[in-house]
Design a protein around this ligand. Structure first.
Ligand SMILES: [Fe+2]
Ligand SMILES: [Fe+2]
Length: 321
């Protein structure tokens, strides 16, 4: 008989079925890996960060705070907006993905906590909305595109909606915005020898985000392997969001006068190139799943290996700074 583990409609138990949980499946691998990597945001010492922020020029402090505000509000958004995906995995009977996503949500909540502790430590407890609200593309993504594509799963968790949600959440918000921003920002902090607490926070977050990204690539791969027409859905959603995603980056920098040096000499074009390179290579990993056997995709660690390769490239670049 067919048993259901869908939320509120349980007629059986995935763990009691023949074979139990497949620990070689990709989501279970990520789950076990994450279980071995717990860290506590409250352990990070931000006292030197407070001194460094106080010593900045006004323009440097303004840029630091607006980037940290974008990161923090982004982490809060992804903490909330992943939850429909957890339910969608249960509706599909995918307990391993559901288990991994509970860890994923927990990690996003820790990222949110980490940034809030940083703001408290540097003494910024006033209202921070003014640092993000004039960035119209940021607002479009975090108050419209992200929540709408994820909460669409609550009404209809179809493969097409899952692909659109994953491209928005994993490939645009995490891959293009968060990972690019965190890399550029850790490069600034490291090259100047400032904000050791922020550097540590971003390092831990990056460790988590690589697994999140790998899950996003895996999820798109399994849908594309099962139904080749969904490759177009990946591409279509990517095209819809590339302009606003790049707009978030340019919106952050365009308030600095033309010809004036950007605080910390951040190079916007370099960031855009970094983002496009990663998008292209992750899309390549998804495209390689077209026509593949789903049983192979389910245990194929390629999405994880790709993120590890990106990490090694980042480390090499940071070491050269
Ligand atoms: Fe995060
Ligand atoms: Fe994430």
């Amino acid at each position: 008989m067919t048993r259901s583990i869908e939320h509120g409609k349980r007629t059986g138990f995935a763990t009691l079925g023949t074979g139990g949980l497949n620990f070689d499946s990709f989501p279970m691998r990520l789950f076990s890996k994450g279980n071995a990597k717990h860290w506590n945001p409250a352990d990070i010492d931000f006292t030197q960060d407070a001194r460094d922020v106080a010593a900045m020029t006004d323009a440097e402090r303004d840029m630091t705070v607006s980037l940290a505000a974008q990161f923090m509000a982004g982490e809060e958004s992804v903490t909330q907006d992943l939850q429909p995906f957890v339910a969608a995995m249960a509706a599909e009977g995918r307990l391993a993905d559901e288990m991994y996503l509970t860890q994923f949500v927990f990690e996003e909540a820790k990222h949110t906590e980490g940034f809030r502790r940083w703001f408290d430590a540097v003494g910024m407890t006033g209202d921070l909305h003014g640092h993000i609200e004039d960035n119209e593309h940021y607002m479009q993504i975090f108050t419209d595109e992200l929540p709408n594509s994820l909460y669409a799963l609550a009404l209809d968790p179809s493969p097409r909606n899952q692909v659109r949600a994953s491209v928005t959440y994993n490939h645009i918000v995490e891959g293009t915005l968060a990972l690019t921003g965190y890399f550029a920002w850790s490069k600034v902090c490291q090259s100047r020898g400032i904000m050791p607490g922020m550097q540590q926070l971003i390092k831990h977050i990056g460790d988590d985000e690589r697994r999140h990204m790998a899950w996003g690539t895996f999820t798109c791969r399994r849908h594309v392997a099962a139904d080749d027409s969904l490759w177009d859905a990946v591409d279509e959603r990517m095209q819809e969001l590339l302009v606003p995603a790049m707009g978030v980056v340019t919106g952050t920098f365009e308030r600095y006068e033309e010809g004036e040096p950007t605080p910390f000499d951040v190079d916007m074009n370099e960031m855009a190139e970094y983002a496009m390179d990663k998008i292209g290579r992750r899309l390549g990993a998804i495209e390689s799943a077209r026509g593949a056997d789903l049983r192979v995709i389910d245990v194929d660690a390629a999405p994880e290996a790709l993120e590890e390769r990106f990490h090694a490239e980042d480390q090499a670049e940071l070491a050269a700074v």
